[in-house]
Design a protein around this ligand. Structure first.
Ligand SMILES: Cc1ncc(C[n+]2csc(CCOP(=O)(O)OP(=O)(O)O)c2C)c(N)n1
Ligand code: SF4
Length: 248
């Protein structure tokens, strides 16, 4: 009988701790499949950050490092400079990357570090109980803005991909979603391109993934996916913001 589905060698057999319907599991699978398909597993170092994905160092089947809050791009920079022939990636949530780690991601991109960042934008701080993040939508209710985010006092949500794509050292920047099968296929394609960009030495690459956090949205998994599609995608347009000159 022909195999139509199998585990990816890019993930360990440890069951993940993510809530049912959380996008972290989907994105882990896409990153792991990409590393496996590109033959990179034996020479990849991933950097886990702080947040719900903190234990990703136990899930990816490659060497992993753990960085303090927001510092993953700085840690990845050191690893890549010491091991330039290895593939190095960071896996960061929006609380981690777009809040305390804003300086790290901006300057890693600015320096053109040849690393890849997988940025999970789920519009809240998932792990610590669903507080407002820089990416929380206007009027979205969270535990720290129970009446809804007020742009008057907190500003508008930060569009990280647009910001990073203005930086010359950023070679590849794309925003994807995982709210439907076709969106998942596009997300995989972007992640493959980002890793290829790194292998070809073209500069910093980042894929932002619009993601669902059903637990803190207080929605069923399917409703949370619809919420991403109907509320996040209009504010955070999907698409490629930057690709290396002369092809991807
Ligand atoms: C230095 C430091 N500051 C704050 C925290 C608390 N903290 C842990 S996880 C987290 C938010 C992470 O949220 P996010 O990056 O959005 O990831 P998610 O959990 O949503 O996947 C915060 C604020 C911490 N652990 N360390
Ligand atoms: S709290 Fe949200 S981000 Fe964290 S594992 Fe649960 S669904 Fe995922």
């Amino acid at each position: 009988m022909a195999f139509i589905f199998k585990r990816t060698a890019g993930l360990t057999e440890k069951p993940t701790h993510y809530c049912p319907g959380c996008s972290h599991g989907i994105v882990h699978r896409l990153v792991a499949e990409s590393l496996e398909e590109l033959g990179l597993l034996g020479r990849t170092v991933g950097v886990a950050s702080v947040g719900c994905s903190v234990f990703s160092y136990e899930y990816f089947n490659c060497d992993m490092h753990q960085a303090p809050h927001g510092r993953a791009p700085a840690v990845a920079t050191g690893i890549k400079r010491v091991l330039p022939h290895n593939t190095v990636f960071t896996y960061q949530g929006d609380g981690d990357l777009a809040s305390i780690g804003t300086a790290e991601i901006v300057h890693a991109a600015h320096r053109g570090e040849k690393i890849t960042t997988i940025f999970i934008n789920n519009a809240n701080y998932g792990m610590t109980g669903g507080q407002m993040a820089p990416t929380t939508l206007p009027h979205q209710k969270t535990t720290t803005c129970p009446l809804g985010r007020d742009p008057e006092s907190t500003g508008m949500p930060l569009r990280v991909s647009e910001m990073i794509s203005t930086i010359d050292g950023a070679a590849f920047v794309e925003r994807v979603s995982v709210d439907s099968p076709s969106a998942v296929r596009n997300a995989k394609s972007a992640i493959l391109k980002a890793f290829r960009c790194q292998i070809e030495g073209k500069g910093f690459s980042m894929v932002e993934v619009l993601s669902s956090c059903p637990t803190n949205l207080n929605l069923k998994p399917s409703e949370a996916m619809r919420w991403v599609r109907e509320n996040m995608v209009p504010y955070y347009p999907l698409g490629n913001f930057r690709s290396p000159k002369g092809g991807e």
